[in-house]
Write a protein that binds this ligand. Structure first.
Ligand code: SF4
Length: 329
C-alpha cells in the first residue's frame, strides 16, 4: 500500500474542509475503501476519517418519517425498532447483505457510496473503463453473469452491489449532503449516474461532499413491504436479482405500489414502468407478471447474464404475490 496522510476531524465543517484538498477521500467503516486501497484502485493522498462525527442517530422526523445518520452502522439500522416496524424492507435488505462482522463496521453513508464488485474492476490486468477510463471493458465479452441489464452502456455494464440502497430507492429516500457551500438534500434517484461514456463518475457528488444523513419520508404502505434476494449461494453473495417492494390493495385493486430492483442495473433501479402498469389494475399473479415483463422489456443482455430477465420477472412476480397474500390477511 502506498503511504497516505490520515486525519480525523472534530466536526463536519473541518471534515468538508479537509476533503476539499486534492487527493483526499472520506473513510467511514472502511469495508470497501480499505479493500480498494489494498488493491491499488483507490490511491488517496489523505484519508479523512469521519467516524468520530456525531452522525450516528436514528430519529423520527415530523410526519412520521425517519432521519438516519450517515454513520449508523448497518447492523444497528437493521435492528432498529422503528425501522423494523415502519420500513421492514430496509431491515430485510440490510440483513441479506454481507456478513454480521461487515454489517457491524459498514455505515449507511459508506453503503450508499460503495463501488461495484465487477471482477475486472479489481483486476489490473483487465481492461476496465471504470478503473482506467478509455481502456475498454472486458466484461462485455467476458464473465458477465453478475452484470447489469438495465441502464447499461457500451462502456460499462457493472451492477450496483448494494441491497440497502434498493430498499431506499423504493421508499423515495432523500440524502442530506454537506458541501463547501452548505447543506442540501438530494433525492436518491438523483444521487447516482448511469455509466454512459463516463462510468468512472458514479454519483452527482463532488469530492468534498459529505453524506450526513438519509431521510425516509413517511410511507404507511411500507408496513406491507418485503425484500427478496436471489444469489448464487445462500449467504455472503451479491444479488443476481433483488426486489424491494411494498403493496397496498383494496377490494382486489392495486391502490399503491413501490418497486425497486437490485443486481440488474448500475444503480438501485426504481421500476417505474412496472408501477405504472400495476397501479389501479387488478391484484393477481398474471397482472404482476405483465408489469414485471413491461419493466424488463428495456433489458440489454449479454450471453452470460441473459438469464436475469426471466429471473427478474419471476422474482418481482413472486414478491408481489407474497405481499398481496399478506395484504389480504
Ligand atoms: Fe469495468 Fe464496468 Fe466493464 Fe466491469 S463492466 S470491466 S466495471 S467498465
Amino acid at each position: 500500500m502506498r503511504p497516505f496522510a490520515y486525519v480525523k476531524p472534530a466536526d463536519v465543517e473541518a471534515a468538508v474542509r479537509a476533503a476539499g484538498e486534492p487527493g483526499a477521500k472520506y473513510l467511514g467503516g472502511g469495508t470497501n475503501l480499505v479493500d480498494l486501497m489494498r488493491e491499488g484502485i483507490e490511491r488517496p493522498d489523505t484519508v479523512v476519517d469521519v467516524t468520530g462525527l456525531p452522525l450516528d442517530g436514528v430519529e423520527t422526523s415530523p410526519g412520521g418519517g425517519l432521519r438516519i445518520g450517515a454513520l449508523v452502522r448497518n447492523s444497528a439500522l437493521a435492528a432498529d425498532r422503528l425501522v423494523r416496524a415502519r420500513y421492514p424492507v430496509v431491515s430485510q435488505a440490510l440483513l441479506s447483505g454481507a456478513s454480521g462482522q461487515l454489517r457491524n463496521m459498514a455505515t449507511v453513508g459508506g453503503n450508499l457510496l460503495q463501488r461495484t464488485r465487477c471482477p475486472y474492476f479489481y483486476d489490473h490486468a483487465s481492461a476496465c473503463n471504470k478503473r482506467e477510463p478509455g481502456s475498454g471493458c472486458d466484461a462485455l465479452e467476458g464473465f458477465n453473469r453478475g452484470c447489469a441489464i438495465l441502464g447499461v452502456s457500451g462502456s460499462c455494464i457493472a451492477a450496483h452491489p448494494s441491497d440497502m440502497c434498493v430498499a431506499l430507492a423504493a421508499l423515495d429516500a432523500v440524502v442530506e449532503v454537506r458541501g463547501p457551500d452548505g447543506t442540501r438534500r438530494v433525492p436518491l434517484a438523483d444521487l447516482y449516474r448511469l455509466p454512459g461514456d463516463t462510468p468512472q463518475v458514479e454519483t452527482t457528488l463532488a469530492a468534498a461532499d459529505l453524506i450526513t444523513a438519509v431521510e425516509l419520508p413517511p410511507a404507511p404502505i411500507a408496513a406491507n413491504s418485503r425484500y427478496r434476494k436471489v444469489r448464487d449461494r445462500a449467504s455472503y453473495a451479491f444479488a443476481l436479482v433483488s426486489v424491494a417492494a411494498a403493496l397496498e390493495v383494496r377490494d382486489g385493486t392495486v391502490t399503491g405500489v413501490r418497486l425497486a430492483l437490485g443486481g440488474v442495473a448500475p444503480k438501485p433501479w426504481r421500476a417505474r414502468e412496472a408501477e405504472r402498469v400495476l397501479l389501479g389494475g387488478p391484484a393477481h399473479e398474471a397482472a404482476f407478471r405483465r408489469a414485471a415483463e413491461a419493466e424488463l422489456a428495456a433489458a440489454t443482455v449479454r450471453e452470460g447474464n441473459a438469464f436475469k430477465t426471466g429471473l427478474a420477472v419471476a422474482t418481482i412476480t413472486a414478491t408481489l404475490r407474497d405481499l398481496n397474500e399478506g395484504a389480504a390477511r
